[in-house]
Design a protein around this ligand. Structure first.
Ligand SMILES: O=C(O)[C@H](O)COP(=O)(O)O
Length: 294
């Protein structure tokens, strides 16, 4: 959410710098201050974790809790650079370390320099002992919520097996069906549909309400838990989702506005005007950062 106080400067800024195509309501934006849309809009960023040690070994990982490789660490940092000018008020990640590492490493690059802090509510004692007793410090932090519902789909009996060896043993088509179909689970594992039953439900019940209150949200999760969420956001059919592939460590930006999600693509560079040109609030937030940290 951008405070209205910035708007007047932003008008001059966008006219003077003309960096962002913030659409004026008249031919002369300076003379006739730009009308700010009545509905606020918020950002939703999705990032699949960076490369993990088992991604590197081409092993089925699922819910096995393995860390990032050096390359995965670098991918997470690069992702952070790409979203460093986009507002983030809350972070959701899974209970698996590769997603949590990705979230924390990405946030080291954010220009706002708020501190991401994992919220421990696994027990009342954990919650009590992790309280922050300073309102100012709280304002300089970003809550990180970990949730098993955002975990990677459970790959059942394939977990730990080499993907190529598995294809050699069961056939390429069968393994591709297990990996990418919507409703065919791997042996004793979760289908994408079963993964969606928890991940999309969690997104609707826990994350959408935050977006509705104007919070900008980042989700750092997994190839298939995010495929199930993107299938929901983009209204993909069970046929279309088969071809949906997510690379490790590449952020995807959505704008949430008037209860709808608009995919905006993957920010490639923090100075890229394109992403900010899509929305006034991103342009204003970028201008706010330029002023705070010029
Ligand atoms: O769980 C895994 O093995 C990977 O994170 C995703 O695997 P997939 O690309 O085969 O679904």
């Amino acid at each position: 959410m951008i405070h209205m106080g910035l708007l007047s400067r932003a008008n001059c800024y966008s006219v003077r710098r003309n960096l962002f195509t913030v659409h004026a309501t008249s031919s002369s934006p300076v003379a006739n201050p730009i009308q700010i849309p009545s509905k606020d809009e918020t950002a939703l960023i999705l990032i699949r974790h960076g490369e993990s040690l088992w991604n590197e070994k081409n092993l089925f990982t699922g819910c096995v809790d393995v860390p990032l490789t050096q390359k995965g660490v670098e991918e997470a940092i690069e992702a952070g650079k790409r979203i460093s000018n986009i507002p983030i008020d809350m972070i959701y990640t899974s209970s698996l370390i590769r997603a949590q590492m990705t979230a924390m490493l990405a946030m080291t690059q954010h220009r706002r320099k708020k501190v991401p802090i994992i919220k421990h509510n696994e027990s009342e004692q954990a919650w009590k002992s992790s309280q922050i007793h300073s309102e100012e410090t709280k304002k300089q932090s970003i809550p990180v919520i970990t949730s098993w519902q955002l975990n990677e789909r459970m790959y059942g009996e394939l977990q730990g097996l080499n993907k190529q060896e598995t294809a050699d043993r069961f056939g390429k088509e069968k393994v591709q069906e297990w990996r990418r179909s919507y409703d065919i689970p791997p042996p004793d594992g979760e289908s994408l549909e079963m993964c969606a039953d928890r991940a999309v439900a969690y997104f609707k019940e826990q994350i959408v309400p935050q977006l509705l209150t104007g919070k900008n949200v980042m989700i750092a999760a997994h190839g298939n838990s995010l495929r199930s969420i993107i299938m929901y956001l983009d209204k993909l059919t069970s046929q279309e989702v088969i071809s949906l592939e997510l690379s490790t460590g590449i952020p995807m930006l959505y704008i949430f506005k008037d209860g709808k999600f608009f995919r905006r693509g993957s920010p490639t560079d923090p100075s890229e005007a394109g992403v900010y040109a899509y929305t006034r609030s991103l342009a204003l937030y970028r201008q706010k950062l330029d002023e705070m940290f010029h």
